[in-house]
Design a protein around this ligand. Structure first.
Ligand code: FES
Length: 159
């Protein structure tokens, strides 16, 4: 079984000679592992001949990069205009308070990571959320709670 650092090394080796390799490497590691482990920073820095501070700076600049493992499920709330006009602000406030996390946070039981997204192409059914790979429309606060309950109890068949 391949260890995490072996997988990180494979991504670095494959991409390090590309122009502007840092972002592709970071995306590649996150795609593979779901986050960028702290110990991969030194490996990336050495491969690209940059300082660890440089690598940390880029990771923290782009908030799509995670440095901790995500929860079992990812729930993204659409914050774009069509959804906002249909109550997305209230929905996101509810999502944060009911899950007890801000965006990019993971619930204490590690079941759900909450993320923001800007348009899921489902504007006609706003407000929309994406639960893992499934887009769900017309999400009320009640429907949101129901989705989360189903995720936590693993009853959501489509996911
Ligand atoms: S604005 Fe939310 S799905 Fe398009």
């Amino acid at each position: 079984m391949t260890t995490q650092l072996e997988q990180v090394t494979e991504v670095i080796t494959r991409l390090q000679n590309k122009p502007g390799a840092l972002l592709p490497i970071l995306h590649g590691i996150q795609d593979k592992l779901g986050y960028i482990p702290t110990d991969s920073v030194a490996l990336i820095a050495a491969a690209l001949n940059q300082s660890r501070a440089d690598i940390h700076g880029v990771i923290s600049f782009y908030h799509q990069f995670r440095t901790t493992p995500p929860g079992k499920h990812t729930v993204e709330v659409c914050r774009a205009e069509a959804c906002q006009s249909m109550g997305a602000r209230q929905l996101e406030a509810h999502a944060k308070s009911s899950l007890g996390v801000d965006y990019h946070g993971t619930t204490v039981d590690r079941s759900v990571t909450l993320e923001e997204v800007y348009c899921l192409g489902n504007c006609a059914c706003a407000p929309s959320v994406r639960v893992n790979d499934e887009i769900v429309g017309r999400v009320t606060t009640e429907k949101f709670d129901q989705l989360i309950d189903e995720l936590r109890s693993q009853k959501l068949e489509v996911l």
